[in-house]
Design a protein around this ligand. Sequence first.
Ligand code: NAP
Length: 264
Amino acid sequence: MINVIVAGPRGKMGSAALDMIEGEDNLQLVGCIDRKNDQSRVKDIEGLPPFEAKIYEDAEQCLKETDADVLIDLTTPEFGYKHTKASLEHGVRPVVGTTGFTEEQLQEVTKLSEEKKLGAVIAPNFATGAVLMMQFAKWAAKHFPDVEIIEKHHDQKLDAPSGTAVKTAQLIKEERERKSQGHPEEKETIEGARGADIDGMKIHSMRLPGLVAHQEVVFGGDGQTLTIQHDSMNRASFMSGVKLSCEKVMELDTLVYGLEHLLE
Ligand code: NAP
């Protein structure tokens, strides 16, 4: 049995994680970290599943008082980072879906996980299909160096571009010589028109109600284009990846960034 804390249980991802844990025999909820409802039982909060586990507003107290193996963080970049560090300090393995960590923050938690010899998983996208999309895009980049990424998310998302878009660009970068795309003399008549830039690749972020998480990676070559597209229709699409991460993190003693390393 793997004892789990969920940070962000009232959120869209956090509540989907509670539903997933409820249906799994090998995962047990031992506590939640939230900004509200300190010391209440999860079952007493409207809309949440009937767990006896307590809610803590103080992450440190939750980590001290519960016998947790894993902390699943699905909150905000600021608190996700704090929870990840606190979790490692308390010998609890973090499984982080929260996106928007800076490069320095990633380096810091990687170092801490090495020092503590404690496994951790940070996955900007827990959907298996999205991980395959990234791998296919990396493969295609060998043949098509011209590429733009269009990511589309619901309008409550805090960070842009998405962690998945950045990760896709990083994977493509491993295969592609740096190239500045578009006309060498192109000028933006409105700032931002050409999107964000990673290594000469452009990333465009769309935010609309009704969307969940979607991405197109569009490659262009002479007389042809290739589009690799992934759509998450609801948050359940991410939960098999969260479950797999909870299981695999128990066997790790370093930080793994990206679900693809657990699928291989
Ligand atoms: P959401 O619905 O806004 O949920 C975030 C939750 O975290 C809210 O309930 C919020 O509470 C809570 N929260 C904020 N600060 C907190 C704190 N200090 N302690 C505990 N809880 C706190 O957002 P979401 O769509 O579920 O997304 C959550 C995160 O997961 C985001 O970073 C998002 O980008 C990421 N995400 C990752 C994946 C993936 O596959 N890795 C997929 C989708 C989303 P309030 O409502 O009171 O503010």
